[in-house]
Design a protein around this ligand. Structure first.
Ligand SMILES: *[C@@H]1O[C@H](CO)[C@@H](O)[C@H](O)[C@H]1NC(C)=O
Ligand SMILES: *[C@@H]1O[C@H](CO)[C@@H](O)[C@H](O)[C@H]1NC(C)=O
Ligand SMILES: *[C@@H]1O[C@H](CO)[C@@H](O)[C@H](O)[C@H]1NC(C)=O
Length: 220
């Protein structure tokens, strides 16, 4: 029997299975090695999520034309002043931001109407910037709505909010981001943050007591 099996081990079939075994071992060690590299990278970098917050908001010149008799749309004027914080708590990871864009939406949550998700105001462009590790960067932006048409129902709600002395809006932020660790850059990702509800008091006293609003972030 031993002699017979030795004879078989020299056959082409046995050689093939030896090659196959070798490939499987190589594949498994490659996977293990890759896993180890990822694990070590993770342990060294320990990535933490970057936190985005609206830290201050104020509105000036809020004005709504009451819809005229048959007009479907009312016109809104408003100037929003927003302060936004991006907090990178990571020790080794820095972030590069491009195409940062802010918009203010009103009544986005309570309607399936496409118009409702159109922004009320879009902020002035923000310059690209780099965020070093362990850094909090604050951005102050201004978003102006000038004679923006809104649906009659939205206008009534806005007028109601104005009379009540505070207006609740949704702030959306989008950017292209790249993560950098030890000189190695990731690909660019799309970042989108939704901060809601951002309740803005219309009186100066109410504006001073603004409470920060954390944003939900999606990176894809
Ligand atoms: C709103 O606009 C009307 C007409 O343009 C003006 O009379 C009024 O003072 C404005 N109100 C505010 C709060 O700006
Ligand atoms: C909005 O502003 C424009 C120009 O600044 C002005 O002509 C218009 O009457 C204003 N509308 C309201 C509703 O105040
Ligand atoms: C964060 O980084 C920016 C840009 O490099 C810098 O201007 C700012 O002072 C830094 N902030 C803190 C809190 O370190």
């Amino acid at each position: 029997m031993p002699a017979a099996s030795r004879g078989v081990s020299g056959s082409p079939r046995a050689k093939r299975s030896a090659v196959l075994r070798c490939l499987v071992v190589a594949l498994i060690s490659t996977i293990l090695l890759a896993g180890l590299v990822v694990l070590i990278f993770w342990l060294i970098v320990r990535p933490k999520p970057i936190e985005y917050t609206v830290t201050h908001a104020a509105v000036r010149h809020l004005n709504v034309t009451s819809p005229a008799n048959n007009a479907a749309a009312a016109l809104v004027n408003a100037t929003f002043y927003l302060t936004f914080s991006a907090d990178n708590p990571n020790r080794r990871l820095s972030v590069r931001y491009r195409d940062v864009a802010f918009s203010v939406h009103y009544g986005a949550g309570n309607s399936n109407d496409d118009k409702a998700s159109a922004p009320l105001a879009v902020a002035d462009p923000v310059a690209d910037f780099r965020q070093p590790p362990r850094n909090e960067t604050r951005l102050a932006v201004r978003a102006v709505a000038r004679s923006v048409p809104v649906a009659g129902e939205t206008a009534r709600e806005l007028e109601h909010d104005r009379a009540a002395g505070e207006v609740g809006v949704e702030v959306r932020v989008s950017a292209r981001v790249r993560f950098v660790v030890g000189g190695v850059r990731s690909r660019r990702y799309d970042m989108s943050a939704v901060c809601s509800p951002v309740v803005i008091g219309l009186s100066p006293a109410a504006a001073r007591s603004f409470r920060s609003v954390p944003c939900d972030v999606a990176i894809s």
